[in-house]
Write a protein that binds this ligand. Structure first.
Ligand SMILES: Nc1ncnc2c1ncn2[C@@H]1O[C@H](COP(=O)(O)OS(=O)(=O)O)[C@@H](OP(=O)(O)O)[C@H]1O
Length: 355
């Protein structure tokens, strides 16, 4: 006989939820609440840890860039770390063109207290750029911490007459770096660049002689830009109308090629920053004939191929003529600095300064 529906008895099986006093209520026992609090706390701690680790990592990688990987590029310019902002430079490399300005900037940029602008911004010498204002200029600076010095280099600032006053109006206490090399070598280097550009564009090459020698007088052509740029005393004079000599450091470009750490040490002192860029930071590259930056992994970072290019052979009589020509200007320059360079050492020139 099959049991009738009404006679079947169903028993409720007690469960955790519907058992005893707690029947029908969702409760959270004390232990579980603690568990939740603990899990949430661990989660928050983990997130904090990840955020901290990330910013530390970012800082490390930016230091790495500063420590050498950034010789010709300007990668860190785009790194916007917390507490950094773009600042108007507190220091400028004003020239001289072809004297080693790029090497100087790149080597200084190894220093953690320095942020260098990779590009030449031509702000103070180019009217169109200057019209764009300080904000345009500032926006082209790399991000920097408060304690870091921003440096910009544009070698034509040295020779463009408008530049000193404009720089002074922006910051009268700015620090200026002028790197110079033997004016004869500098003139030839200037020509070598001009010549290479012609070759690359497949344009006719004008010989050095026809540019540097005035065909009418047979003397040095003073209006040839490569010559004009090497008359350092004239350009420095214009800067000294606005700035005192203790705001300007003169770097020896010839020495910078041979032992960069020595010249950089002088600049570190001038900028009141610790001596960091020592000999260990460089490797001599035999093929290039120049020092390159030693990266942390011991690899080297050299300047681009446009630096240290082969110079054309210049006839000795032209070289001698150039030496004689620059002699009095060099003497004047040495007097202004109260310091001599060896550029005039092999010349017997009894003439008084006549320029
Ligand atoms: N370490 C290192 N590597 C390569 N080149 C070096 C270095 N140190 C100094 N120099 C010299 O720098 C010269 C180029 O000068 P600038 O950088 O001022 O040139 S520019 O005005 O920016 O075009 C360049 O001139 P050239 O040799 O005529 O090419 C070099 O002599």
């Amino acid at each position: 006989m099959s049991p009738s529906r009404s006679s079947v008895k169903y028993h409720i099986i007690p469960t955790e939820q519907n058992d005893g006093n707690n029947r029908g209520k969702r409760t959270c026992p004390k232990l579980t609440r603690y568990k939740i609090v603990a899990i949430v706390s661990i989660f928050i701690l983990a997130i904090t840890f990840v955020v901290l680790a990330k910013s530390f990592n970012l800082y490390q990688s930016s230091t790495c860039l500063l420590n050498g990987a950034n010789i010709s590029g300007n990668k860190q310019e785009h790194l916007h770390l917390p507490h950094t902002k773009r600042r108007i430079p507190q220091c400028l490399i004003i020239g001289a063109r072809k004297a080693g300005t790029r090497a100087l900037l790149s080597f200084l940029n190894i220093h953690p207290d320095i942020q260098a602008v990779g590009r030449e911004l031509h702000f103070f010498d180019d009217d169109d750029n200057y019209q764009l204002g300080y904000d345009w200029y500032r926006k082209r600076m790399p991000y920097s911490f408060k304690n870091q010095i921003t440096i910009e280099k544009t070698p034509s600032y040295l020779v463009e007459s408008v530049a000193p006053e404009r720089v002074y109006m922006m910051n009268s206490s700015i620090k200026l770096i002028l790197i110079v090399k033997d004016p004869v070598l500098r003139t030839i280097s200037d020509y070598a660049q001009f010549r290479e550009n012609k070759v690359l564009r497949q344009k006719p090459i004008i010989p050095f002689e026809s540019l540097v020698i005035d065909p009418e007088t047979g003397e040095i052509n003073r209006s040839y830009n490569a010559v004009r740029r090497s008359i350092y005393c004239r350009h420095l004079q214009k800067w000294l109308r606005y700035f005192s000599m203790d705001q300007i450091i003169i770097v020896d470009g010839d020495k910078l090629s041979k032992a960069p750490w020595r010249e950089i040490h002088k600049v570190e002192m001038f900028l009141n920053i610790a001596h960091v860029v020592n000999k260990d930071k460089f490797i001599f590259n035999q093929t290039r004939g120049f020092y390159c930056i030693r990266n942390e992994d011991q690899s080297e970072k050299c300047l681009s191929r446009s630096k240290g290019r082969k110079h054309p052979d210049i006839q000795p009589w032209i070289v001698n003529k150039l030496k004689e020509f620059f002699y009095p200007f060099n003497e004047k320059f040495f007097k202004m600095l109260d310091r001599r360079f060896n550029w005039n050492d092999d010349i017997n020139n009894d003439e008084d300064e006549n320029n």
